[in-house]
Design a protein around this ligand. Structure first.
Ligand SMILES: C[S@@+](CC[C@H](N)C(=O)[O-])C[C@H]1O[C@@H](n2cnc3c(N)ncnc32)[C@H](O)[C@@H]1O
Length: 199
């Protein structure tokens, strides 16, 4: 798999500016909503990288989680969140390349359609960066596609067997199984993951 376009901030920003975002659910993802509703500690430091329009961040913030950060290098996506959620702190909108993020010490990092959007050659770097950003006992939680998908433009797919060797030295899988409450178009095509940073 080799991307035929440069997957840089201009590429992604243009997609928001032209409303070319077929991945966007227009609301919080149901599996993540269900997971968030199990969390009782509202002081958790949470990162949502490649957050896009960030309905998950909006939900968390409106439900009392004040320590939520979003990272995206597409400014238009961050602006969209800010328009819907004006009280979201500017300092927690990280307009940055994920791989260059400096903010660390997260308790929880949320994945949804970010992993499938990056160049597949960077997948090992993705897990290494997640490891670096999480604090001891931190977790990477969310959804990964379990489907072949595209070869040249995002979304890039994969399978549990392909993903596991990329993270197993760094994370223990507390949960790594087919998602049971995906939105209908993604049903049977997603894994729900809960990966604990190894010490
Ligand atoms: C397919 S979209 C998913 C957005 C959101 N997670 C969702 O589910 O709606 C991928 C997002 O990742 C962002 N992105 C891609 N590569 C990135 C990188 N290296 N650093 C920061 N953001 C990145 C894009 O700008 C885009 O908003």
């Amino acid at each position: 798999m080799q991307p035929k376009v440069a997957l840089d901030k201009n590429y992604w920003d243009k997609r928001y500016q032209t409303s070319d975002f077929g991945w966007d659910l227009g609301e919080i993802s149901p599996p993540l909503k269900q997971y968030f509703n199990t969390l009782s500690d509202k002081t958790l430091k949470i990162l949502i990288p490649g957050a896009g329009n960030a309905y998950e961040a909006e939900y968390l913030f409106n439900n009392g989680f004040q320590n939520v950060f979003v990272c995206d290098f597409a400014r238009s996506a961050l602006d969209n969140l800010k328009k819907r959620c004006p009280d979201f702190p500017e300092s927690q909108l990280l307009e940055s390349d994920f791989f260059k993020l400096n903010e660390k010490g997260f308790d929880l990092i949320i994945e949804q359609t970010f992993f499938c959007a990056i160049n597949p050659a960077l997948r090992k770097n993705y897990f290494e960066k997640m490891y670096e950003l999480l604090q001891t006992n931190g977790k990477l939680v969310g959804l990964l596609f379990d489907d072949v998908l595209n070869a040249d433009v995002p979304p890039f797919g994969g399978s549990a067997a392909e993903y596991t060797p990329l993270f197993q030295n760094l994370f223990s899988a507390l949960h790594f199984a087919p998602c049971t409450n995906s939105i209908p178009p993604r049903a049977g095509r997603e894994l729900f993951i809960e990966l604990l940073k190894k010490t």
